[in-house]
Design a protein around this ligand. Structure first.
Ligand code: HEM
Length: 213
């Protein structure tokens, strides 16, 4: 009998007693941790830039910003932006080509999300199978990926509002793009807080994202 593959592409045929147990392929781990580092740089330098011309009646404490002053913040933000785009494109392209997105992140059924949310609120959400994400994880990952698209496009619109005026118009002009960019940052910071807390509560899953197995 020929080997068949499970949801992560591991052999589970006649050799199923010695599967490879690869939960996260190398490209996912490399792009994930590269992205985590880049996001921290983008947030810290973004807060530095925000402080030079705040949108709201508050600024971020200098100690959690990056760059020292406006020009320094801008340098970090633009340098990290290119890495964010390149790294994101590699992750998305490989996720689509290998079919991993379809296997791991879809489908997301509202009834499953409601069920998992009820279980989570009751403290009963179990995640024994490392090869599957629960519906809440799937939803959060999809939301953060889409927010990534919004934050990059609104950032480009703020950077080049004249050359990219059609893009800026999509966000209601320069000021609209600034607001969207800010709220997309807030969504990512909110996601990150929840995501890191969940990762620390599930050390086996954290190890799998580090070592693959
Ligand atoms: C620095 C702190 C971070 C830690 C400790 C962390 C940890 C993890 C872990 C353990 C997983 C696997 C979850 C599982 O198997 O149940 C995961 C997956 C994921 N994380 Fe993070 N992460 C971090 C930062 C980020 C950031 C900044 C983003 C994006 C803004 C992100 C987006 C994702 C996505 C989209 C997945 C699913 C990847 C896939 O399966 O294709 N993470 N993370």
């Amino acid at each position: 009998m020929a080997d068949v593959q499970n949801i992560s592409g591991n052999s589970v045929g006649p050799h199923r007693n010695r599967p490879t147990h690869t939960v996260h392929p190398l490209y996912v781990r490399v792009t994930h941790w590269t992205n985590a580092l880049i996001i921290l740089v983008m947030i810290g330098s973004g807060w530095q830039i925000y402080n030079a011309s705040p949108l709201f009646a508050f600024t971020f404490p200098g100690g959690i910003t990056l760059g020292g002053w406006l020009a320094g913040g801008l340098l970090w933000h633009f340098a990290a932006m290119w890495l964010l785009i390149a790294n994101g494109l590699i992750y998305v392209a490989l996720g689509l080509v290998t079919g991993r997105f379809r296997r791991m992140l879809l489908p997301i059924r509202p009834s499953d999300v409601a069920r998992d949310l009820r279980a989570a609120l009751a403290g009963r959400l179990r995640s024994e199978d490392p090869f599957r994400y629960n519906s809440i994880q799937k939803l959060l990952y999809l939301v953060v990926l889409l927010t990534g698209v919004v934050i990059v496009t609104s950032g480009l619109a703020i950077w080049k509002p004249v050359q990219l005026r059609e893009l800026a118009a999509l966000f209601g002009g320069y000021d609209g793009a600034r607001l969207v960019h800010f709220f997309a940052m807030a969504v990512i910071v909110g996601f990150l807080t929840l995501h890191v807390a969940m990762a620390l509560l599930a050390p086996k899953r954290l190890r799998a994202m580090l070592r693959g197995r």
